[in-house]
Design a protein around this ligand. Sequence first.
Ligand SMILES: Cc1cc2nc3c(=O)[nH]c(=O)nc-3n(C[C@H](O)[C@H](O)[C@H](O)COP(=O)(O)OP(=O)(O)OC[C@H]3O[C@@H](n4cnc5c(N)ncnc54)[C@H](O)[C@@H]3O)c2cc1C
Length: 300
Amino acid sequence: MTTKQMQNLPSVRGKYLFDEPMRRHTWLGVGGEAEVMFLPEDEADLQYFLRNKPQNLPVFILGGGSNLLVRDGGIKGITIKLQNKNFAQWRIENNLLICGAGMQNFALKNILPENNIGGLEFLCSIPGTIGGAFRSNAGCFGCELAQVLHHAKIMNGQGDILEITPEQFGFAYRHSDFPSDWIILEADLTTITKKSEEIIAQIKQNEDYRKEHQPQGIRTAGSTFKNPQEKAAWKLIKESGGAEMIIGGAKMSAQHCNFLEVSDNARATDVEKLCENIMKAVKTKFDVSLELEIKCVGQK
Ligand SMILES: Cc1cc2nc3c(=O)[nH]c(=O)nc-3n(C[C@H](O)[C@H](O)[C@H](O)COP(=O)(O)OP(=O)(O)OC[C@H]3O[C@@H](n4cnc5c(N)ncnc54)[C@H](O)[C@@H]3O)c2cc1C
């Protein structure tokens, strides 16, 4: 950011954090700093910022940081985080659960059974926020966000608020065609009436599955690579020798070799290099091009 851009940041009601270490905001806990992080107070504050920010200022939207690798050079420009509780409000209207984009998916674990609404049990076990789940069409246990999204409220880069239907997002497996300067504000999710005991039992079954099959308590970002059509990513990684690779403080989990695991001394370059080496090994052995599911952002 130039000095002039820095001096011309609009006076907002929310907070600016300067040189904010991004490791505090991501599950992997590596990488550099956000040059400026903006924590808007509410929608009006966010809109005021977008309409008055200096021209050509790069903007990145951060969710819960559970699918992100921030590179060691950090993120230039503005990183916006919808951390204020005003972005985590929810309400029920008929069969829709309307969730603020800053709400943690884990909060659904209480909201669903307390209100006898089901259909979103899969989301309860995915780390991160509603906004992040939406952007990457998060899913598990045979369901994904696109299947339950009724419509959404977003703010575009000019600060205009738009109501959008799922067809406009081009959802595919762990993908949405979402303009990079759009900010998800709210998602209206379709629910079904369900007994609270059944909801609790479903959530527990999903959690038990994860405990048994996925590593717990490690610094990870979930599945590192998308599953290609040919074969599960973990099998390709294992059979090409990727599961044994170690670069600096980064390796693949012994329990599930599509999950990255980083140690305290890891740098983002270790993680990126490890991913590159695995991709090369899989390409050489199987002629399959693995695609990253984690999102790499920032400067090297
Ligand atoms: C232990 C573990 C298990 C996981 N299991 C799964 C799983 O089963 N299924 C699955 O799909 N994923 C899984 N993940 C990955 C991750 O949790 C999901 O991708 C999650 O939806 C990311 O949400 P987030 O809020 O953390 O987003 P972030 O990681 O912060 O950001 C992800 C992307 O979303 C964008 N974004 C975030 N908020 C907004 C917003 N309000 N408006 C516009 N763009 C926004 C960001 O710019 C970025 O491009 C797992 C991760 C971990 C650590």
